[in-house]
Write a protein that binds this ligand. Structure first.
Ligand code: URA
Length: 213
């Protein structure tokens, strides 16, 4: 299957308006492409070395990430860090980012409850993810869950069908498909949680071959 990425810029350096990640982040801080900037505390941009060979893409920042201004620093991030380590990957050598760069939530009393970004929000924010990839030119992109996969490759590619596979889309770095770590946090049955965590580590281990430098 030839997969042509849909929402981000074409994967060419010429299309990147900013030449560096810092400059791109400064531009993103003023983003009004969708309304999510209005209620979020701040932009949560990607982080990691500009030489990273592997880019990990999550869904959107959560409550902790929104307050810290950094991706994957809450419970899902801690679990991701442990699983990366078990898979033989070093997070400090990866670039970690999200499909959507602002926290979307609903207020329940004083609590800010995670709310899923809709297709339009994901599509508008895909411009930034595409630009990050343009600059980084990674050897592999890891799609953590359905939102990341939709942002990268559009609606035709499903996590359930492609999980654990490395896809080779046209004009795009390869994409390893797996679940989002927060899925593991929601599993109540202990044995089920253990088996799913092990499966996630096995998926991530497929990225090791791409971290060569
Ligand atoms: N979940 C995500 O998808 N991204 C984060 O940064 C944190 C939690």
């Amino acid at each position: 299957m030839t997969i042509v990425p849909k929402f981000g810029p074409a994967f060419t350096l010429e299309n990147a308006e900013a030449k560096g990640l810092d400059q791109l982040k400064r531009q993103a801080e003023h983003c009004t492409r969708c309304d999510l900037y209005k209620n979020a505390t701040q932009l949560v941009f990607g982080e990691g070395p500009p030489t990273a060979e592997i880019v990990l893409v999550g869904e959107q920042p959560g409550d902790r990430e929104d307050l810290a201004g950094k991706p994957f620093v809450g419970p899902a991030g801690r679990l991701l860090d442990q699983c990366l380590k078990e898979a033989g990957l070093d997070r400090s050598r990866c670039y970690v980012t999200n499909a959507v760069k602002h926290f979307k939530f609903e207020l329940r009393g004083k609590r800010r409850m995670h709310s899923k970004p809709n297709a339009g929000e994901i599509q508008r924010c895909a411009w930034w993810l595409g630009a990050e990839l343009d600059i980084l030119q990674p050897k592999l992109v890891v799609a953590l869950g359905a939102t990341a996969l939709y942002s990268l490759l559009g609606a035709k590619v499903k996590v359930t069908a492609e999980r654990g596979h490395v896809l080779q889309p046209a004009n795009h770095p390869p994409v390893l498909v797996t679940i989002h770590p927060s899925y593991l946090l929601r599993i109540r049955d202990e044995e089920d949680a253990r088996a799913n965590r092990e499966h996630f580590v096995q998926d991530l281990a497929k990225a090791v071959a791409f971290q060569v430098g």
